[in-house]
Design a protein. Structure first.
Length: 434
């Protein structure tokens, strides 16, 4: 985790202290279940809970033990025995390391997802607010980066609201995918541990029992989880890229907030660069970089190997940390985005009315022209405008083939901006229910 892109709330989920605390809770809940089943003395379970709950696990001591035993779970259990005393002999009975590691990982992913869902709610609120604010602010729509037809900036933002609403639903599915627990022992057969122990631990940790584990929780769950994070990252990049394009000097329809005292360039004092959205583009790439390794983790050997372990130690904290930071940063960008309606109108007018070409085409067809002939007439008058040789409406009015089908008043009516925006309310009702 890079501190520059790490928020403390998410960092704490992946800290060694949190990890060892979760390991303890898994072991202690399992011991409680065994005590309920009469498999271990109840007094032992109570002692482990009492001493372990109040203990501060010494990360340095656990690392010291691991350097000798070369096994992280054994190192933790050895340290726990130092704290608990003789009753620790009942801890981990019938369990295997993956029971602790996999269940802990999923607890951490669930907690991380809950934080991401909160981030998503804040982003959706910001998008909704700004979309409603600019519901009727006209702006040119572009295809291939070229002026197409008018839309509104509110509609632009509504598309992102709808996209991130879908992202939130996927995130809920991602949470469900990994919210499972395995306390099934070696090769997952429950040979040395009662399945009821797993049920107890799952309920206590807010998870569901894995239907069948092979000593590890199947990694198709995690592959889907990280794939969903990757899709969300791509949505972040799409919105960031839109803002970067709108901030280009030649466009300048919107820009990131530039705070007092902020500097844009070490060399050029005039610069106001879209550094936040460029940063978001990079963070999205980092999140997506977790997807392929997560897919490759699915194919483990037989009942288990640990080729997935080193991968997950990296991608689980990194992907969730980066996505958390990106969502919060994007929310701030949207909240403070500076919008220039006058520049939007200027750009709308830049091509001298060409944005109404389709409406003219349709009107000519309705007036009796064959579609190919109508297209030829419209394009013939549009091309000079591209070269700066006149106004589209004026050229159409002077074209005898056009005027034979449409008089000047009919042509002027076709250049009404409101025609393009008449269904904005319908779009908003679909997206926002209002």
């Amino acid at each position: 985790m890079i501190p520059r892109y790490t928020r403390p709330e998410m960092a704490s989920i992946w800290s060694p202290e949190t990890k060892f605390r979760i390991w303890f809770e898994i072991e202690a809940h399992a011991l409680n279940a065994m005590a309920e089943l009469g498999l271990v003395p109840r007094e032992a379970a109570e002692t482990v809970w009492e001493k372990g709950s109040s203990a501060t696990f010494d990360v340095a001591r656990i690392d010291e033990i691991e350097r000798e035993v070369k096994h992280d779970v054994i190192a933790f259990l050895t340290h726990l025995a130092e704290i608990v005393g003789p009753e620790a002999r009942f801890v981990h009975q019938g369990m295997t390391s993956s029971d602790v590691l996999d269940t802990c990982l999923n607890v951490q992913l669930v907690r991380a997802t809950d934080l991401l869902l909160s981030d998503m709610d804040a982003l959706l609120a910001a998008l909704k607010r700004r979309a409603i604010e600019h519901k009727h602010t006209p702006v040119i729509g572009r295809s291939h980066g070229i002026h197409a037809e008018p839309t509104t900036f509110g509609v632009k933002l509504a598309t992102f609201y709808a996209e991130f609403s879908r992202a939130r639903e996927r995130l809920l599915h991602a949470r469900e995918e990994v919210a499972t627990c395995a306390i099934s022992g070696a090769v997952g057969t429950f040979a040395n541990i009662d399945p009821r122990v797993e049920e107890h631990v799952a309920a206590a940790m807010g998870l569901k029992p894995e239907p069948v584990s092979t000593q590890v929780i199947p990694r198709d769950r995690h592959a889907m989880y990280f794939a969903i994070l990757g899709v969300i990252a791509s949505s972040i990049e799409r919105l960031a890229t839109e803002i970067r394009h709108m901030q280009r000097t030649e466009v300048l329809e919107a820009e990131e907030y530039f705070s007092p005292g902020q500097k844009g360039s070490s060399a050029m004092p005039h610069k106001r660069n879209p550094v936040l959205t460029e940063n978001l583009t990079g963070l999205a790439r980092l999140v997506r970089s977790a997807v392929v390794p997560a897919m490759e983790n699915v194919a483990l050997w037989h009942e288990r190997d640990i080729s997935h372990s080193s991968v997950e130690r990296g991608i689980a904290p990194d992907a969730t940390v980066h996505l958390d930071f990106a969502l919060v940063r994007l929310t701030s960008v949207i909240d403070r985005l500076v919008v220039y309606p006058e520049n939007m109108q200027r750009n709308l007018d830049h091509l001298g009315g060409l944005v109404h070409s389709q409406r003219v085409l349709l009107a000519l067809v309705a007036a009796g022209a064959q579609r190919e002939d109508a297209y030829r007439l419209v394009q013939r008058n549009a091309m000079p405008v591209w070269r700066g040789e006149g106004n589209f409406l004026d050229l159409l009015e002077k074209d005898p083939e056009v005027s034979a089908l449409l008089d000047d008043s009919q042509l002027e009516e076709l250049f009404d901006l409101g025609y393009h925006l008449k269904h904005v309310d319908t779009i908003f009702a679909r997206v926002f229910g209002q």
